[in-house]
Design a protein around this ligand. Structure first.
Ligand code: FAD
Ligand code: PHB
Length: 385
């Protein structure tokens, strides 16, 4: 098999890349380890930056999002028993975010790719990438028991944090920057109307909590918990009890629950020969800033433009600058995600000084226009170059 761009992974990075390339008349094949149903149902992120939602709409895959997504013009910060609104629209000149589940974005992208004749191969096994420094890199894989080889001009390494692309780069070619946090999030999806119109980020003496949603009848709620916690020790009643302690919530049937670890991670550079890493394969942020999906989309926006320029003019100038251009945004988003996480969570070794400092920071962020604006412009998404 041959194609122009071979893409490993049908997550947000891989599917948006394939979609953008198609709009520039460039062929790609997407290889995905899981079955289609799994990709279309896995509950993950839910907040789209202004620029992410605009991109989906402007490229013809935003119709259902515009109908079903919830447009939010602010968030609430809760601390010391009171709530304070950060008004995005007022602070950013009318920008906001769209609450629309990641798996719904993926459904829309998969449908658009398949309708346009795009190739997405699900349930591929044994994927490996070869000849990354040569002009024709290859992807080997097994599909329905048959060994296959896909020859391409470029490879998009969009296979997430646990994928094979980043580990295929020789040791020594990458520099890794990493930070672990001494806590995790227990997340639930519940059939219950959200008890607030907007997201609530809560600083609480028992630990951080987040009230989010997917629709007028579905709540998405998170609780800070210990990283080694076993979800089996959290029966539904215990989760509700803990949520009630941290803020007002309406109970409902629990549809899903799980524990997500937290880390900050960056691999530099995001390129090795003709392999380009994008999204979680290159970097991970803690979810407090709601940035993971948005950063994946920001990477492939740069990559698609660089690949299109190569086919248009033969110039590799934009491709050569891919990593440097992405990393400028990546590090700003890392900083924001780390800052939100540090301000809102309870640290195991908290000394009373640090708790007072967090509360002073929250007081400052919600009372100074300059500080609120800093939060708002990062949350709705920094502008593109
Ligand atoms: P992914 O979405 O991980 O996609 C990678 C794809 O590659 C997957 O479909 C995977 O099956 C496939 N793949 C992996 N290995 C191979 C292989 N060898 N061969 C073929 N295919 C392969 N972000 C938020 O902002 N808010 C949240 O609430 C939030 N919750 C999260 C919960 C969980 C459990 C996780 C893991 C992440 C969460 N994130 C959240 C982060 C966000 O979902 C990710 O940043 C986003 O999915 C990144 O997109 P991606 O395309 O880079 O990677
Ligand atoms: C979500 O709705 O899943 C969500 C919202 C905001 C975050 C993280 C996750 O910061």
């Amino acid at each position: 098999m041959k194609t122009q761009v071979g893409i490993v992974g049908a997550g947000p990075a891989g599917l948006v890349l394939s979609h953008l390339l198609h709009l520039s008349g460039i062929q790609s094949v997407v290889l995905e380890a899981h079955r289609r149903g799994y990709v279309e149902e896995r509950v993950r992120a839910g907040v789209l930056e202004q620029g992410t939602a605009d991109l989906l709409r402007d490229t013809g895959v935003g119709e259902r999002m515009s109908r079903q997504g919830l447009r939010h013009h602010g968030i609430e910060l809760q601390f010391g028993r009171s709530r304070h609104r950060i008004d995005f629209a007022e602070l950013t000149g009318g920008k906001g975010v769209t609450v629309y589940a990641q798996h719904e974005v993926l459904k829309d992208l998969i449908q658009a790719r398949l309708e346009a004749g795009g190739q997405i191969l699900f349930e591929v096994e044994g994927v490996s990438v070869q000849e990354l420094q040569g002009p024709k890199p290859q992807i080997r894989f097994r599909k329905d028991g048959n060994d296959q080889e896909l020859e391409c001009d470029f490879i998009g390494g969009c296979d997430g944090f646990h994928g094979i692309c980043r580990p295929s780069i020789p040791e020594g070619a990458l520099k890794i920057f990493e930070k672990a946090y001494p806590f995790a999030w227990l997340g639930i999806l519940a059939e219950a109307p959200p008890s607030s119109q907007e997201l609530i980020y809560a600083h609480h003496e028992r630990g951080f909590a987040l009230l989010s949603m997917r629709s007028a009848t579905i709540s998405r709620l998170y609780l800070q918990c210990a990283p080694e916690e076993d979800i089996l020790s959290w029966e539904d009643a215990r989760i509700w009890e803990e949520l009630h302690r941290r803020f007002e919530v309406v109970e409902g049937r629990m549809l899903q629950k799980g524990i997500t670890g937290m880390r900050s991670f960056v691999a530099e550079p995001m390129q090795y020969g003709r392999l380009f890493l994008a999204g979680d394969s290159a970097h991970i942020v803690p979810p407090t800033g709601a940035k993971g999906l948005n950063l994946a989309v920001a990477d492939v926006r740069v990559l698609a433009a660089a690949i299109a320029e190569y086919y248009r003019s033969g110039s590799t100038e934009l491709l050569d600058r891919y990593s440097e251009r992405c990393l400028r945004r990546v590090w700003k988003v890392q900083r924001f995600s780390w800052w939100m996480t540090s301000m809102l969570h309870r640290f195991a070794d908290d000394n009373p000084f640090d708790v007072r400092r967090q509360l002073a920071e929250l007081d400052y962020v919600t009372s100074s226009r300059a500080a609120s604006q800093t939060l708002a412009e990062n949350y709705v998404g920094l502008p593109f170059e």
